[in-house]
Design a protein around this ligand. Structure first.
Ligand SMILES: [Fe+2]
Ligand SMILES: [Fe+2]
Length: 385
C-alpha cells in the first residue's frame, strides 16, 4: 500500500487533497502544470499523464509525466486528437483499446506505449485544457481512479481561473500605473509650456523640495519616510498646474500685476486643486494625487496666516505645502522673470531667513539654510537657457 493511501486510511483524508491545496496556491499556469505533473500519475495509478492546453484550433501537449515520452511540446489540430474531441464535446472519454477507436490518430500513438486512455476536460462548461491518463496495458479506470482524475481536473480548472484572474489583475494594475505616469507627465509638460517664462522651474523646485524634505526627515520621522519623500518629489511638478487657467496677459505681463490681476493669478492654487481632483475622479484616488493636490492648494499659504487661498497658518498648513513654499520662492528669487531680474544666491538665502516665522515655517528655514549649497547646486544644474 502506498504511503499516501495508508495516510488516507489512517485519518480519512483524501490523498488528492494535498494536490488541491498546492493547486490553490499556484501563481501561474506553469505552476499549475508542475503540480499536476509531479503528483497526478501516482495518485491516479497511470503509466502516463499529459496536460493539454487548448490554443484556438490546436491542442498543445504542454506537459507530461510518463514511463516513456509521449507528445510533450507538440501541437495537433483540435479535430484530429482525442483531447480536442473531449474539449469540444465537453465529455470525459474512456478508451480501453485505442486501436479500436477511430477518434484516435493511430499513427501518433504507434511510437508510444499507450494501449488505453482516459481524457478529462478541464473546466467542463468551457474547456480550456484537458488532462490525459494513459496505460501501457488494456485498462478501464476504476471508479476511484476516475474520481481522482476528475477532482484533479476540477481543481486545475479553479486554479487556472484564479491564475487568469490574477494575470488580468496584474495587467490592469500595470496599465493603470502606466496611464497615471503618462497623465502626470502630460499635465506637468502642459504646466511647463503654459508657464514657459520660468523654464526649468518645475524641475528645479522638484529637486529643491526633495533636498529640503531629506533634511527635514529626522524632525518629522512619522510624516517623511522614503515613500512620502518620493511622492513629494514626483508630485511637485504639478504645483502650478492651475496656471493653465490663468490668462496669458496676466501670466506673461512684463510689469507688476495690479490688484485685480493679482487676485486672478492667486486663483491658480484653487484651480490646481480642482484639476487634480478631476483627475482623481477619472483615475481613482491615489496617494500620489492626494499629495499633488495638497501641494498645489497650499504652496502659497504663509506661516503667519497671511497667504492664500485659505489663510491657513502654522502647522495647519500641510508639511508638503510648507516645504514647497520655500523651494518655490527660492527659485523665483534666483531666476529671471519677465517682470524682474534674478538676485544672487546669498541674497536669496538672506531674504528667506528674514521671512522666518512670517512667510515660512521657522524650523524649515533653519534646515533650508543648512541645505542652501545644495539649492545653489541644483539651480546651476537646471539653469534656464
Ligand atoms: Fe504657485
Ligand atoms: Fe511655482
Amino acid at each position: 500500500m502506498s504511503k499516501l493511501a495508508r495516510h488516507a486510511l489512517e485519518d480519512g483524508a483524501d490523498p488528492v487533497d494535498d494536490l488541491i491545496l498546492q493547486l490553490s496556491m499556484a501563481r501561474g499556469i506553469d505552476e499549475v502544470m508542475d503540480v499536476v505533473r509531479n503528483n497526478a500519475r501516482a495518485l491516479v495509478g497511470a503509466d502516463g499523464i499529459t496536460f493539454v492546453l487548448r490554443e484556438d484550433d490546436k491542442c498543445f501537449y504542454a506537459d507530461e509525466d510518463a514511463i516513456s515520452p509521449l507528445w510533450k511540446g507538440q501541437r495537433f489540430p483540435v479535430e484530429t486528437c482525442i483531447s480536442g474531441w473531449a474539449m469540444i464535446n465537453r465529455q470525459v472519454v474512456i478508451i480501453e483499446d485505442i486501436y479500436a477507436d477511430d477518434r484516435i490518430p493511430h499513427a501518433a500513438y504507434r511510437p508510444t506505449f499507450v494501449k488505453s486512455l482516459t481524457m478529462v476536460p478541464v473546466r467542463m462548461d468551457d474547456p480550456v485544457a484537458a488532462i490525459g491518463a494513459y496505460w501501457a496495458r488494456r485498462h478501464v479506470p476504476t471508479n476511484e481512479q476516475l474520481r481522482r482524475l476528475k477532482r484533479i481536473a476540477n481543481s486545475a480548472a479553479v486554479a487556472l481561473t484564479n491564475v487568469s484572474l490574477l494575470d488580468a489583475l496584474i495587467a490592469s494594475r500595470e496599465e493603470a500605473v502606466r496611464a497615471k505616469d503618462a497623465i502626470i507627465f502630460a499635465m506637468a509638460s502642459l504646466a511647463e509650456v503654459r508657464d514657459n517664462e520660468t523654464g526649468n522651474h518645475i524641475y528645479r523646485t522638484q529637486h529643491y523640495v526633495r533636498a529640503l524634505a531629506e533634511a527635514a526627515r529626522p524632525l518629522f520621522p512619522e510624516l517623511l519616510d522614503d515613500a512620502m519623500i518620493e511622492l513629494i518629489f514626483k508630485s511637485a511638478p504639478l504645483h502650478d498646474i492651475g496656471k493653465i487657467g490663468v490668462p496669458d496677459k496676466i501670466l506673461l505681463k512684463p510689469g507688476k500685476l495690479d490688484a485685480e490681476e493679482y487676485a486672478i493669478m492667486q486663483t491658480h492654487a484653487e484651480l490646481g486643486r480642482r484639476a487634480i481632483e478631476a483627475a482623481e475622479k477619472r483615475l481613482g484616488a491615489s496617494t500620489f494625487l492626494a499629495v499633488a493636490k495638497e501641494i498645489a492648494f497650499t504652496h502659497h499659504e504663509r506661516w503667519d496666516g497671511s497667504g492664500y487661498p485659505r489663510g491657513l497658518s502654522k502647522i495647519d498648513i500641510p508639511l508638503s505645502g510648507r516645504l514647497m513654499a520655500i523651494a518655490d520662492v527660492y527659485d523665483a528669487l534666483v531666476s529671471e522673470r519677465v517682470y524682474k531680474k534674478a538676485i544672487p544666491h546669498m541674497e536669496a538665502v538672506a531674504l528667506i531667513r528674514s521671512e522666518k516665522g512670517k512667510h515660512f515655517d521657522p524650523v524649515l528655514v533653519d534646515l533650508f539654510e543648512a541645505t542652501a549649497p545644495i539649492f545653489d547646486e541644483i539651480h546651476r544644474q537646471f539653469i534656464d537657457p
